[in-house]
Design a protein. Sequence first.
Length: 261
Amino acid sequence: MGLHHPTPQTQEELLATRDQFMRQISPDSAFHRLFDHMPEVSFFAKDSDFRFIAASRRFYERFGFTEEKQIIGRNDFDIFPTRLAENFRKDDEVVLSTGQPKLNIMELFFTQQGIPDWFVTNKLPIFNRDGQPIGIMGSVQSYEGRKQVMQPYLQLDKAVNYIRQHFRTGVTISELAELVHLSPRQLHRKFVETFGSSPQAFIMKLRIQAACEALQHEDRQISEVAMEMGFCDQSSFTQQFQKHVGLTPMRYQRQFRLRAG
C-alpha cells in the first residue's frame, strides 16, 4: 500500500485546521509546561490587570513558591522590589496598549555587592478571539544562560562584563571597542543587534537604574548619588533621570518613601 499524500490545502484552510486543533487542547496540557524542561529559561503570563495567571516552575520557585497556584493572582509589586516592579509594569503597559511585543529587554538585578546581573526578557501580547490584547506572556533568561545561544555575539561578552564593573566611573565607547577588537561603528551595530540599544543608551540605562536603587535609601543625598553614578553635576543627572524614569530624582525619592511608609 502506497504512502498517503494529503490533499493540498489553502492558507485559510490550514489556519482553520490550526484553530480547530487549538480549541481541542485541554487546560491541563498548557504549552508553558514545556518551559519546566528548558534550562535557564522561565515563562510567565499575566492578565489585563497585570496579575500572574501562569508561570513555569523555574519562575515561581525563584520566589520561594513550591506550586504554580501560589503565584496566581499576584502582581510584580507583590514579589519584586518596587523599583523593579515599576520598570516591569511600564513595559507591560506598552505591550498591552499597543499589541506589539517588546523583545530582548535587558533587566537588571543588583547583587549585595552592587554588581548587576542581567536577565533577557521577551514580552508578547495575548489576544482574545476578537484580536484584542487581553494579557502579556513572556520568557526570562539569564544573560549567562543566553550566551549559550548567542554565538554570533559572544565577542560582546568582554564589553558587557567591563560595563558591569565600571559603569559608575565612566566607560568610553573607544575603550569598549578596543577591548573586543571592533571599530566603534561595528560595536554600535553589534549592540543594537543584540540588546536593541546603542552602547551609550545601554550604559545610561544601567546608571539610571543603579541610581533608582541608591535613592531608595533614606540617607542618600541626590547630589551624592549623581556623583557616584559618574554624572558631572546634579543638573545633568536630574535631566537624564527624568528622561528615563519620568520623574525628577527628588520626586522619585519622595514617592518611594511614601510607599515605604
